[in-house]
Design a protein around this ligand. Structure first.
Ligand code: BG6
Length: 506
């Protein structure tokens, strides 16, 4: 086992992300031996906490992982707390003293990871002080891990990037997109590049359309303050969805290395058609959930949620169609949709293949009565909550005559396997420790994603929609269905139908 040596300084050490994701992930790495005796963590935030209190909190955050008391104590003993005001230069001097002391104590070889788990407006100030107060080391590595959002549009992202790049080179900046740490997102490349049957057909001659759904059943919860300014477009499309789209659309990399993959992803993102505002309005639709009831449970509308304006125009749902103008994808629509308070939590990708040239079974067919056509072959990649993939094919129905019957080849990882698989944050932290930026987003990807999304945002900001326009528990507004219908397609995944048929959803 490769034991890593580093000091983690977590800005935002009392926050939700640190507690829910970072500490449990560090513990998993510790338990697996990826972290041993030579690591330490400094948690910083405004609050005045003692080391002891901080360690109690750390122990609480790992309870669900069922450590023995000795394990929990030994792990927590590596944690130190420092009350910190990001604008106060003196506080950085104290931080430097503590960092150097821990470096000695744990023999950390000058390796430092700075994790910025706080509001992005502080990123610039923090990195500036890390340099000016000489917290960066001369031996070992200095790496910066940052949470989203990276800017609020291209301009702010550019400015932020300039500030960060003044201190850290791109190779040492790890911009988290936690979807890139998910097992099945990483599996997209395996499915594509390790299976000739797919790669041979992965183009506009065989694929009719691609559908990417990131559905959430939860509402905005207590994040109204942040979400009001963000909305679904910036919260999910600019980052997670466009990253996944790039992985699906990119050309095969020459080798499976950070530099090659990144180069291919950037090329794919650059080939996405940049709409003008009029086209953006035609190809993208938005929604906001109103009250609703699913399975005998009542849900409030978005405007009734805490910290949300009564007349809020923020979208909690976005759907749209991208075109990728290159040889491989010309003419193939990539439909995307994401939303809160939808019927079911589910992230999945449907690759819809073209029909056979002629349907020789036409006279016997029962399915797809309207089009008198065969159902398409669909490759579905299930990202979460279940992980796996399936392929729908047409076979012959048993019996007399020649009726075709859709069959599904289905592979899901067992709960046992997925239970043991590392969590996204755990993988990403380990990648960061190893200096491997493959599963992080790089500046040129972020920049292009903002350019794509900014136009849609601008077009939306100039026009109003009559919100709310979908009920909580449904799969979004009618316009999201019309978008595909106009092209002669439909969403392959429609979990709401099951509930509607049983009268559990209006
Ligand atoms: C985050 C968004 O990036 O991703 C949240 O800010 C969203 O609004 C979350 O709920 C979804 O992530 P996951 O891993 O739960 O699907």
């Amino acid at each position: 086992m490769n034991e890593n040596v580093a000091l983690f300084t977590i800005f935002g050490g009392t926050g939700d992300l640190a507690k829910r994701k970072l500490y449990p992930s560090l513990f998993r790495l510790y338990k697996k031996g990826n972290l041993g005796e030579h690591f330490a963590v400094i948690g910083t935030a405004r609050r005045e906490w003692s080391d002891e209190y901080y360690r109690d909190i750390v122990r609480e955050t790992i309870e669900a992982l069922e450590p023995t008391k000795e394990e929990a104590d030994a792990f927590a003993s590596h944690f130190y707390y420092q009350s910190h005001n990001v604008n106060d230069t003196e506080h950085y001097d104290t931080l430097k003293r503590l960092s150097d002391e821990l470096d000695q104590k744990y023999q950390l070889e000058g390796n430092r990871i700075y994790y910025l788990a706080m509001a992005p407006q502080f990123f610039g100030t923090i990195v500036k002080h890390l340099k000016s107060q000489k917290i960066l080391t001369e031996n070992g590595f200095d790496r910066l891990i940052i949470e989203k959002p990276f800017g609020t549009d291209y301009e702010t992202a550019y400015k932020l990037n300039e500030e960060i790049r003044a201190v850290f080179p791109e190779k040492d900046i790890f911009r988290i997109d936690h979807y890139l740490g998910k097992e099945m997102i990483q599996n997209i490349s395996a499915i594509r590049f390790a299976n000739n049957i797919f790669e041979a057909q992965w183009n506009n001659r065989y694929i009719d359309n691609v559908q990417i759904t990131f559905a959430e059943s939860l509402g905005v919860e207590d994040r109204g303050g942040y979400y009001e300014d963000s909305g679904a477009l910036k919260d999910m499309v600019q980052n997670h969805i466009l990253q996944v789209l790039a992985l699906l659309a990119m050309e095969p990399p020459v080798t499976f290395s950070e530099a090659e993959i990144r180069a291919e992803k950037v090329k794919a993102l650059k080939a996405i058609r940049l709409y003008n505002e009029e086209e953006a309005l035609k190809n993208f639709v938005r929604g906001q959930y109103g009250p609703g009831s699913l399975d005998d449970q009542d849900f409030a509308g978005y405007r009734e949620e805490p910290n949300v304006g009564e007349t809020s125009q923020t979208e909690t749902f976005a759907a749209g169609k991208f075109y990728i103008d290159n040889f491989r994808w010309s003419g193939v629509p990539f439909y995307i949709r994401t939303g809160k308070r939808l019927t079911e939590k589910g992230t999945r990708i449907n690759i819809v293949f073209k029909q056979v040239p002629i349907n020789v079974f036409k006279d016997d067919i029962e399915h797809c009565e309207e089009k008198n056509d065969l159902p398409p072959n669909v490759l579905t990649i299930y990202i979460q909550p279940t992980e796996g993939f399936s392929m729908t094919l047409n076979g012959k129905e048993i019996g007399q005559g020649f009726k075709t019957d859709p069959v599904k080849l289905d592979f899901r990882h067992s709960a046992e396997v997925t239970g043991n698989s590392p969590e996204a944050y755990e993988k990403l932290l380990l990648d960061g420790l190893n200096g491997d930026g493959t599963n992080f987003s790089h500046w040129d990807e972020v920049a292009q994603s903002w350019k794509i999304v900014d136009i849609i945002r601008q077009a939306w900001d100039k026009t109003a929609v009559d919100f709310p326009n979908y009920s909580a528990g449904t799969m979004g507004p009618k316009s999201a269905f019309d978008l595909l219908k106009a092209d002669g397609f439909q969403w392959i995944w429609e979990p709401d139908i099951w509930y509607r048929e049983r009268g559990k959803l209006e």
